[in-house]
Design a protein around this ligand. Structure first.
Ligand code: SAH
Length: 350
């Protein structure tokens, strides 16, 4: 292994690790062996990798960091939701949430430190983006949760990239991340159990559809017309709703997959009968679901939760739009996007 400063082991896909190992004169099986130790046996100290020679163990220690993010704070809700505030190697603080659905254990992973998208209803954007997270830092979030679950003989089964940050603003790292957690020799999370959520960066939606992956895509739409979307989401000023919807059609064509629209219902802003009708006609003919999200009130923001979720859902359903209302988690802790981190004053502090 080369003597540059140690690289984060979890940044590596198996194929890139194999290339590195081979370039340094080792047999390619070494990479699989390391994956086995780290991801399957949960051993992250080369000293304990008993079938690795002593000299190679020394080289591993120099070449790689196997450090997981450190748990700076943890909150557990009565419904089993666990929110982790994690400290990355450089001191940045990041939120990761474990949610327990009846179908499995879901990690909600952050993709950036802070967020610059500036959505009007979101707490994450209260702290601007300082940097993107590396693929390994996202893998680290999953490992912290999977290790936590392992103590109770459970495992992580699903991952949503819906924490702080805009995944498509950090595209390459997010794609490496999903490849690593999807790999059977690593965490083996099924592609259909992974969802990436975007506020609507059109060129990346088009690219994602052509990746040939079975990973789910969710689009944060939150509005049935241009005017409301611009009011709520600054990204809409750069990308029109028509272009967004046409990129979604292209995505379905390229990937053959149904996509999900997330729609936070906000009292008096986007929850009228007219909005439901508009939304149904906007999505006509598109292979999709709508996931209606109860607003998580953020005290710094002026919005209130809609009381019309059932009615709104019924209007969509009656127009043939597949619609669900999202279950809520962790209402007794600071589970709304970004709130725990805001409470701790952001990142870069030790
Ligand atoms: N930037 C990406 C992923 C992170 S946000 C995106 O925009 O999709 C993940 C989801 O949480 C988005 O649908 C976002 O709009 C939603 N969200 C943000 N703030 C919220 C709040 N206060 N209540 C409910 N959902 C919220």
């Amino acid at each position: 292994m080369e003597r540059a400063s140690p690289r984060l082991f979890y940044d590596f896909t198996l194929s890139r690790l194999s290339e590195l190992v081979v370039a340094e004169g080792e047999k390619p099986y070494r990479a699989r062996q390391l994956f086995e130790w780290v991801y399957k046996k949960r051993v992250r100290d080369p000293e304990l990798m008993s079938d690795v020679s002593k000299s190679y163990r020394e080289r591993l220690k120099e070449a790689f960091s196997f450090a997981l993010p450190e748990v700076a704070a943890r909150q557990e809700a009565r419904d089993g939701t666990v929110k982790f505030l994690l400290r990355m190697g450089d001191g940045s603080l990041v939120e990761t949430v474990l949610m327990r659905y009846d179908y499995g254990n879901v990690a909600c992973v952050s993709s950036e430190v802070g967020c610059s998208m500036g959505c009007a209803f979101c707490a994450s954007g209260l702290l601007k983006k300082t940097r993107g997270l590396s693929s390994g830092e996202m893998v680290g979030q999953c490992l912290v949760i999977d290790d936590f679950l392992h103590q109770g003989n459970e495992r992580l089964s699903h991952v949503v990239v819906m924490g702080t940050g805009e995944p498509f603003d950090n595209y390459d790292a997010v794609m490496d991340f999903v490849r690593i957690i999807n790999d059977d020799r690593a965490l083996g999370i099924g592609a259909r159990h992974i969802t990436v959520s975007t506020c609507g960066i059109i060129e990346k939606i088009r690219r994602y559809g052509k990746e040939g992956l079975q990973i789910n895509l969710a689009i944060s739409l939150h509005a049935s017309n241009e005017k409301t979307r611009r009011l709520l989401m600054p990204i809409a000023r750069g990308y029109s709703m028509d272009d967004l919807i046409s990129a979604c059609h292209q995505y379905v064509e390229d990937s053959g997959r149904r996509l999900t629209f997330e729609y936070i219902l906000i009292d008096g802003i986007n929850d009228s009968d007219e909005n439901a009708r508009e939304l149904a006609s906007l999505l006509k003919g598109l292979l999709c679901y709508v996931n209606l999200i109860p607003l998580n009130p953020v005290k710094e923001k002026p919005f209130a939760r809609s009381k019309r979720a059932r009615r709104f859902a019924d209007l969509l359903l009656s127009r043939g739009v597949k619609t669900t209302i999202r279950k809520e988690f962790g209402t007794d802790i600071d589970a709304a996007c970004g709130q725990l981190r805001v409470k701790y004053g952001g990142g870069n502090q030790r």
